[in-house]
Design a protein around this ligand. Sequence first.
Ligand SMILES: [Zn+2]
Ligand SMILES: [Zn+2]
Length: 348
Amino acid sequence: MKAVVLEDKGVITYKEVPTPEPAAGHVRLKIKAVSICGSDIKRYISGHRMYPLILGHESAGIIDRVGEGVSKDYIGKHAAVIPLMPCFECEQCQRGYYSACHSYSFIGSREAGCFAEYVDLPERNIFIVPENLSFEHVAMIEPSTVARHMLALGDFKSGQTAIVFGAGSIGLMIVQWLRILGAKLIVVIDISDDNLKIASKLGAHVTLNPSQVDVEKELKKLVGDGADLTLEATGVPQVLEQTLSITRPRGRIVLAGNQPLDKSLPLTFIENMMRREISIIGCFMSYSAPFPGHEWTETIEALLNGSLDIDTIISHRYPLSKAPEVFEKIGAHQLTHQKILLNPEETK
Ligand SMILES: [Zn+2]
Ligand SMILES: [Zn+2]
């Protein structure tokens, strides 16, 4: 089969690789759509733990073969990929904290991923979906679940106010879930007017561009002592510092942006956090018990009833064979994009 392989830091190729055969307890998914995640881009630009590796984990397809011990009834079913492979046995898995598993694996990061014609998956890593959903929408289930998980961690309640830093693909999903779950006020902050325009279309009540306005001053007018919930999806240290003063006392901040590891925060940050009794909550992936979690089932419902708008956040579609060029352009900052979808079938 053809696949897109990360060969080294900054080196990605489209080439022929062996077609996987499903192992015992596994199924094989014929990929119909796969979306590029920010983490795929990071693995390409900053390097990764192992090479060669087929990237890609936001994916949808049709089950075309099953391994020993797996029901043949799966064949022909449409499914999304659940990329996390927890052990299901360790202390954290027993608690249902699957992303904290002592020995997890992950499709497209520690196992061969979905930038390919086929992917081999354990039976537990397929999420069967209704056939009337488009493959593009199904491929975007995983990024939606991350946003939904952030709101669950932040204990978001209908009628609350929320501030979202970052209107990239996760930020735009957060805006939609805030809208779906009944936020009273959604404020989105981003340095890209294009992203902000999309955020407005998807439900943001107010958008602010820090290169044009004094964000803290504007937020003071909007939420006074601060919002109930602040969601950080930029990974910028200065933004992280800003989150405290715009969150109300006893409010919550949920972090999903990966911060640069060589930066540090002043201890006044802790002082401010203590004085305002603010909870800062980390988010890693999108899972809860029973596996893969309510984040996944709720996303399906939202896709079926049309409340989750996927088409608006897709900016580009390419055949899979074009992936190396696409990654090169992104790496050289020559492609402004929201979600990019790759299609293995148009490749031939
Ligand atoms: Zn992802
Ligand atoms: Zn485990």
